[in-house]
Design a protein around this ligand. Sequence first.
Ligand code: MG
Length: 429
Amino acid sequence: MDAIVASLGHPSEVAALLRFKFSGSGKVMYKAKRSLPPKDDSAAYTRAMCYYYLNRTSRSFARVIQELDDELRDPVCIFYLVLRGLDTIEDDMTLPVDKKLPLLRSFHELTTKSGWTFDENGPDEADRELLVNYDVVIDQLLRLKPGYRKTIVDIARRMGAGMADFVAGKQVITLEDFDLYTHYVAGLVGIGLTGLFIESGLENKALADSMPIANDMGLFLQKVNILKDFLGDVRDGRLYWPKAIWKLYVSEGEGVDALAKPENLPNAVACLNHLCANALTLVPKCLDYLSLLRNKSVLGFAAIPQLMAIATIDLFYNNPMLFRKSGNKIRRGLAVKMIERATDFESIKQVYFDYAMSISHKSRKALGTNPADKSFGDIAEACANIVRWIQIHDKKQGLPIRKASSTISTQIVLFFVVLAVAVIVAASQ
Ligand code: MG
């Protein structure tokens, strides 16, 4: 209901929310605790528990995983939970480093050790319960086909080792460090999922040659993700903005937390825009990757988070709100619209096209309003590269020249505004 209220000014989002709610009731398994089978040591029980935890840890993503073809659904669900377990250890600032490092480095072994659980996370850790009952994930992992299991364990090993390096003191200073950290925590997810897609037979074996762009898919998501909670991440000492960028916007000797000071807001926004420009350069690579996918459920699954991420950049770019409150994200109505539009590649291209136009329009409007901001040229270039990618692809497909599709919804909104004014005027007479 909150989501509908938030989308009231956007009729197409309200419609999408309602369609989403009423079309998907049969697709989400084991959402409520009472729908779980009685506890025993059967595969049916541990599988139900895995879906229960999946539903608890992520909302729209849980649904998207459950809409995958049968062959891929369980492997992707288990992969997600294994990585969520690893991330819960990485993120927990109450765990002492000498405890955390061996856990991260051996998680790939623990995750195949029947019966292993972990109850030493801090009480506030959101997914604490997943690790307390982690034996159900292990049970399901061990039941997967060896090919799936090998991929999941291999990614957990590489990710855990990479996370440990950063926990042990490696810092995100240069852009290379930034790309390395985001490779460990997100690029490897893209690489691992690509392995699962191929293993399932739903995607072509040749996709294995595209691991560098599978990595870029993850990098883009992570580079957007690290923008949304600047205040919370600074407070908890886990901000992963590269120093090479933020130090351009603070005074000599100051830390990144200086960007949270109200008097530094123009600099903070300039830094944010710089990071948006850096992330946007990855989008043509993501389009390259998505254009290779052949299976409809795989394409939707891979594209949905990407579309939400570019919608998120459109919201965050030049937005001072990010330095005033925590947990910024797109409206759920908009997220659901992205889910609906990720059905085929042509519709996906249109979403990218619309956002590239919108972001470049915003940057033109902002030009000259903030002397600290030097990113206009980079934003314009990144958006132009996205549009160019789409135009070249359109041309190969023999498609006509593309127009932004937002004009139609603008007309709908205008229609409602005019209608509302007419009603108010009529009522007052
Ligand atoms: Mg983390």
